[in-house]
Design a protein around this ligand. Sequence first.
Ligand SMILES: NC(=O)c1ccc[n+]([C@@H]2O[C@H](COP(=O)([O-])OP(=O)(O)OC[C@H]3O[C@@H](n4cnc5c(N)ncnc54)[C@H](O)[C@@H]3O)[C@@H](O)[C@H]2O)c1
Length: 318
Amino acid sequence: MHVLITGAAGFVGQALVARLLDGALPGLDRLTLLDLGFPAPATDARVVQLAGSITDAAPIAAAFATPVDLVFHLASVPGGAAERDPLLGRQVNLDATVALIDAARLQAATRPAPVFVFASTIAVLGAPLPAQGVDDATPCRPRLSYGAHKLACEILIADATRRGWIDGRSLRLAGIVARPAGPSGLLSAFMSDLIRELAAGRPFACPIPADCQAWLMSVPCTVDNLLHAATADGALLGEPRVCTLPALHLSFGALAGAVGTAFGVAVDRLVSWGSDPALEANFGRYPPLATPLAEAAGFRHDGDACRLVLAALGQARG
Ligand SMILES: NC(=O)c1ccc[n+]([C@@H]2O[C@H](COP(=O)([O-])OP(=O)(O)OC[C@H]3O[C@@H](n4cnc5c(N)ncnc54)[C@H](O)[C@@H]3O)[C@@H](O)[C@H]2O)c1
């Protein structure tokens, strides 16, 4: 089995690569990783690293020079960065997806079409979200170019699936935690910072109030769901081939409390709450979430807040 991961050196990509090399998909014998660069050379003989931009034809052609069975398309320019540079955002978040589908189309003319797992986002839903809650019937009204381009990709992936060029599965991901410290271009990075800093017993100034609520998933649970998407029957997602993944609906106060319980830290003395209106509007007003389509197809959230924070920081999940 030949698996291609775009954005393989990113936060989710690195976790997915580790799980694949640990045997998550039996039969894997070639793993092509495509990203702008890699922190270190590969040490596993199954891995081929392609350093280059997915906006260029050469790395995509190199990746498909050996027929691909499964694509995890994770490469993206995050929402904040895409708002600042809309042309780059479109080239990476939309045009490169079209180029990948085209490469798959050429392959599918003579060989089986690859399974194509796409990391979409709840940003396709837009803001404000309906206060009574979001479910599988909630209309998409993206308010960021990032969300608009991801939604366009979902539609193109469904159409390419109908045509037999790929076997697509688009997963709308919520806030994934806990991203390592450092610049990421993500406006939502404070969610990961809260978990990491409080768990380490360090003070943390959360930029939004404690009663703000978000939809969250740990990175190991996200990888579980990506792997499930790769192996499940794509028809479970219907013709649109897309689902919003289940996620825990938590207030930031409850999240901080769970960190305190899970790591034995007196968080009340460490955390302070701010009131950034823009961050609150984008990341703090999430209503209840119902995801019956994804749950019927076997996708899962972390279970509860304590499990989420433990998993987010790489501790055992029970
Ligand atoms: N992290 C989250 O909370 C979250 C939430 C919703 C959706 N998603 C989606 O999940 C996917 C993975 O997210 P992540 O957190 O790992 O993102 P990330 O930013 O950590 O990783 C993305 C990777 O894509 C690479 N990339 C960017 N431009 C590229 C280009 N031109 N050519 C090749 N590679 C390029 C980057 O170098 C990076 O390694 C993304 O598609 C993102 O939109 C993430």
